[in-house]
Design a protein around this ligand. Structure first.
Ligand SMILES: [Ca+2]
Ligand SMILES: [Ca+2]
Ligand SMILES: [Ca+2]
Length: 144
């Protein structure tokens, strides 16, 4: 009997952990899904990324410098510290990818173009909406 109880406890604990993980991911999704239809449209996605741009642009000059991007990545890494890894991407490489005209600054246009391309990548069925499943699949690939 005791054995059964401990197994049940372990199961309950695992369920709680699982729910917590789902909750965090769900919250991020909810934050983007402003009209609450269970899907993130390109407009909702762009708005979210625009807000993020302003957050990374700490000196508010409308462009992102390498330092600003690096500082942001550092913060992100710290938040992901629990998992023992960031998103695995080199911030310098990220920066170069986005900085199309190579002036060492990322304008909001360059930023949004990059994010729109990402949207298309996540939108595997090409209906211009991101579902929870599509985002989940994307994150799974990323963490591989
Ligand atoms: Ca929506
Ligand atoms: Ca700036
Ligand atoms: Ca889709």
């Amino acid at each position: 009997m005791k054995k059964i109880i401990s197994i049940l406890l372990v199961l309950a604990f695992a369920t709680v952990l699982g729910a917590k993980d789902r909750g965090e991911k769900g919250q991020r999704f909810k934050k983007m899904d402003v009209n609450n239809d269970g899907k993130v449209s390109l407009e909702e996605w762009t708005n979210h990324k625009q807000t993020k741009f302003k957050k990374i642009d700490t000196n508010g000059d409308g462009t992102l410098s390498k330092e600003e991007v690096q500082a942001h990545h550092k913060n992100k890494k710290m938040r992901h510290h629990r998992k023992g890894k960031g998103d695995g991407k080199d911030p310098n490489k990220c920066f170069q990818e986005m900085d199309k005209n190579k002036d060492n600054k990322i304008t909001s246009d360059e930023w949004l173009n990059h994010k729109k391309a990402k949207f298309k990548k996540i939108d595997t069925n090409g209906d211009n909406f991101l579902t929870k499943e599509e985002m989940k699949a994307h994150h799974k690939n990323k963490n591989k």
